[in-house]
Design a protein around this ligand. Structure first.
Ligand code: NDP
Length: 480
């Protein structure tokens, strides 16, 4: 059994008599590893080491272009171990191998992309008067905390860690207790290559070590991905220390399908947007808003596709894997079971027993035709393979419904009319709008983040480095 230790100040921490938490393979409900149940003392030690590493010349003296080269080397290291990493990610999350492989490639792309940016984050020269040279100097923000959820562990770790290291910060990662394996792989690499304390990996429960870290006055910045309630709790803790947060809190993202849409293109994208990673994706296309004129035709095609999907573990080359844990599995089935009598379950809606994996957490891909857009299952993130459908009449109603949730992360607009597409995109309250597509192969270069309760700040793209820098204005009076 793999025993995953904490990485604090260059040391692997975790003894036999520490408290350990079992890590479960959701495909089989079997224990695959153990992690240390990190506590407040571990959090304090990690922050102390991080503060020391930040000031220490060993890290400070590494030039930006050298940091960039190292991040590019990290990308190569990830690609060289892509098969091993994809297997680990599948084992830990239950996701299909094909998805895990593309997650590993996206992780490599983050290190490559921000490695390329490391020596290209410039300040400005500000014209004031002849004898006054005024410039902005870019400095690292300091000790950055990365709280990573369980749905895309290596991708989400890499997207913020790469941007933070590129800009000269030090990093503490708190993995979800459900999925620490691939971050542990990265921790081993950073342990070998970076000065101690620059990258530290902590595990344990969010409510324990997670909360101790977010409220710690030695942290300078927090990047959190997860639920709205936990995001609010993180933000409140950070507020006590006046620490900035980048929050990515999921969504209830719509695919809006107009009557003139090319359904041959739309159908596979709509299906993938909700069944990818068993619907446990922040940007999942979990609402379908469809023009009533084509609703029957589109639903028929979607039902056919949903019925053809194979549910099961990665080892059986399934299309849809398990739900991450018992708690989420029970939650999703509870939501499905509680939908009112006016709604119609068009397909799925049940727990699935997979032969040889009867203890795994499987749910069949589900389409619910909602009785009203106000229903809880249309409004709240279900985080499972469940698509809620609402019909609309006319462009105004489509826009109104698209904006009628607390979220605003992603939207898909399906129409052949470019004027209509642009008009809708301009009125949607959402951080990202896809027209005649949905999702984009990792999308490392594209800014990602939410309007409304979907979050604060932008990740991915060149903009994400802004989360990890401090700007100092420097005025030099020159007299000759
Ligand atoms: P949480 O938001 O509770 O957990 C996300 C991460 O935050 C985990 O690493 C968790 O650690 C950590 N965490 C939990 N509590 C604290 C805390 N007080 N301080 C600091 N860190 C904390 O999500 P859940 O896993 O409970 O999932 C519930 C719902 O959240 C899902 O159904 C989905 O709607 C949403 N979610 C959205 C994600 C997204 O990508 N936007 C990702 C995951 C969930 P630990 O796992 O150890 O508790």
């Amino acid at each position: 059994m793999d025993k995953i230790q904490l990485l604090i100040n260059g040391e692997w921490i975790g003894k036999k008599d520490d408290q350990w938490i079992n890590v479960i393979n959701p495909a089989s409900n079997e224990t695959i590893a153990q992690i240390v149940r990190g506590n407040e003392t571990h959090a304090n030690l990690a922050v102390q080491a991080a503060r020391f590493a930040l000031k220490n010349s060993e890290w400070k003296s590494i030039k930006p272009f050298e940091r960039g080269q190292f991040l590019q080397e990290t990308a190569r290291h990830i690609r060289e171990h892509a098969i091993e990493l994809a297997l680990l990610e599948s084992l830990d999350t239950g996701k299909p191998h094909a998805q895990a492989k593309s997650d590993i490639e996206a992780a490599a792309r983050y290190f490559e992309f921000y490695g390329g940016m490391a020596d290209k984050v410039f300040g400005d020269t500000i014209p004031i008067e002849e004898d006054l040279l005024n410039v902005t100097v870019i400095e690292p923000i300091g000790v950055t905390l990365h709280i990573v959820p369980w749905n895309y562990p290596i991708q989400i770790t890499s997207r913020s860690v790469a941007a933070a290291l590129a800009t000269g910060n030090v990093v503490i990662v708190k993995s979800s207790e459900d999925t620490p394996l691939t971050t542990n792989f990265l921790a081993k690499w950073f342990h070998e290559k970076l000065p101690k304390g620059v990258f530290q990996h902590l595990t344990g429960y969010g409510s324990e070590i997670g909360a101790a870290l977010t409220s710690h006055p030695g942290i300078n910045q927090i990047t959190f991905t997860g639920s709205v309630p936990t995001g609010i709790a993180v933000m409140k803790s950070a507020a006590d220390n006046v620490v900035p947060v980048t929050l990515e809190l999921g969504g209830k993202s719509p695919n809006i399908v107009f009557a003139d849409a090319d359904l041959a293109r739309a159908v596979p994208a709509i299906v993938n947007s909700i069944v990818q990673n068993a619907g446990q994706t922040c940007s999942a296309g979990s609402r379908l808003l469809v023009d009533e004129a084509i609703a029957e035709e589109l639903l028929e095609k979607l039902i056919e596709r949903f019925n053809s999907l194979k549910v099961g573990p990665p080892t059986l080359q399934a299309d849809v894997g398990p739900i991450i844990n018992q708690k989420q599995y029970n939650r999703i089935l509870g939501i499905i079971n509680e939908i009112g009598e006016d709604a119609k379950v068009l397909v799925g809606g049940k727990a699935v027993q997979v032969e040889g994996y009867t203890k795994g957490f499987y749910i069949s891909p589900t389409i619910i035709e909602a009785s009203s857009h106000n229903e809880t299952y249309v409004q709240e993130e279900i985080f499972g393979p469940v698509l809620s459908v609402v019909r609309f009449k006319g462009i105004e109603e489509a826009i109104e419904l698209a904006n009628a949730t607390d979220y605003g992360l992603v939207a898909g607009v399906w129409t052949k009319d470019i004027d209509q597409a642009h008009h809708v995109a301009s009125r949607i309250e959402s951080g990202q709008v896809f027209i005649n597509s949905y999702g984009a192969a990792g999308g490392v270069q594209m800014p990602f983040g939410g309007y409304k309760k979907s979050g604060i700040g932008r990740e991915k793209s060149h903009l994400a480095v802004q989360n990890y820098i401090q700007i100092k204005n420097l005025a030099i009076q020159v007299k000759y």
